[in-house]
Design a protein around this ligand. Structure first.
Ligand SMILES: [Zn+2]
Length: 287
């Protein structure tokens, strides 16, 4: 994948203790700044708060670690591509290393056959281990989307699939499969990163999931049978009082892992990579 670093030029342009205006103006300085501008508009980001956060001495003290992470990004990509058997060809698409503006840690954005993985490298919750796990997670989505079987039921090549169609065609089962696989993949690629970080959880949120596994299981199974709105599980408190957000990732990863281990005892890593190329209709535990 092509790696593009916008973070360093952003920091250079806004300087220490930036104003909200300086942040907005910096978006004019590189073409992709337009994307960040549309993002802050869509999400109604309060840039005055972002500016205040960036002006705090603690922010400045993290810059060294952030730059160290940026330096190892090529190694992370190469490690992931190696597991997927794509070290020579590389995964398709681009990685953008961006300022988080305090609002996003990272996501993969699909459009017309191409992906951009956008990482907010200075996000307050994200240290190097967190970002490593998140990057492996997003690259798992990229790899899966480009496997011929995954979108073959739509009857056209991926590059003809617009962003709107891609979002519209995301079924509940495909959502669970792709988030479950991405969660398992980051664990497999980086077993040294603590489990809760692969779920972007604080320790108490992770513990809540372990303590309430049966409740999460019942809640998601009945959701799949009734309204299929598994996206509602992004919300905190969806399963019950105190439940963290994204319990569907935790649940899907658990279900897929158990199933894959039964399918291919002793060959978990191999079958995990293979399963990325299977259409959602083959994931029988969700059907
Ligand atoms: Zn994901």
């Amino acid at each position: 994948m092509r790696i593009r670093n916008f973070f360093d030029s952003f920091i250079k342009n806004v300087g220490p203790s930036p104003s909200a205006e300086a942040i907005v103006q910096s978006f004019n300085l590189f073409p992709e700044g337009e994307f960040l501008r549309s993002l802050i508009e869509d999400w109604e980001v309060d840039l005055a708060q972002t500016a205040e956060w960036m002006s705090h001495p603690e922010y400045g003290s993290r810059l060294g670690d952030i730059r160290e992470f940026i330096r190892v990004v090529p190694r992370i990509v190469s490690h992931v591509e190696g597991i997927f058997g794509m070290r020579d060809s590389g995964l398709p698409g681009e990685i953008w290393l961006c300022p988080s503006l305090r609002v996003f840690d990272g996501f993969a954005r699909y459009d017309s056959g191409a992906h951009r993985v956008i990482l907010g490298v200075d996000h307050p919750d994200a240290d190097a281990a967190y970002l490593r796990a998140l990057m492996a997670h997003e690259l798992s989505h990229v790899f899966r989307d480009h496997q011929p079987e995954v979108w073959s039921h739509l009857g056209k090549p991926l590059q003809n699939l617009s962003r709107a169609e891609y979002l519209e065609e995301q079924t509940a089962v495909e959502h669970l499969v792709s988030e479950g696989l991405a969660t398992l993949f980051s664990q497999f690629a980086y077993p040294d990163v603590p489990l809760q970080l692969h779920h972007y959880y604080e320790e108490h949120e992770w513990q809540w999931c372990l303590d309430h596994h049966a409740k999460i299981d019942r809640s998601l199974r009945s959701c799949l049978q009734i309204d299929q709105d598994v996206w509602s599980f992004y919300a905190e408190g969806r399963v019950g009082l105190g439940s963290p957000s994204r319990t569907q990732y935790y649940w899907a990863a658990h279900i897929i892992r158990e199933w894959l281990e039964r399918l291919a005892p002793g060959r978990y890593g191999e079958i995990l990579v293979q399963a990325h190329s299977w259409s959602a209709s083959r994931f029988t535990p969700f059907l």
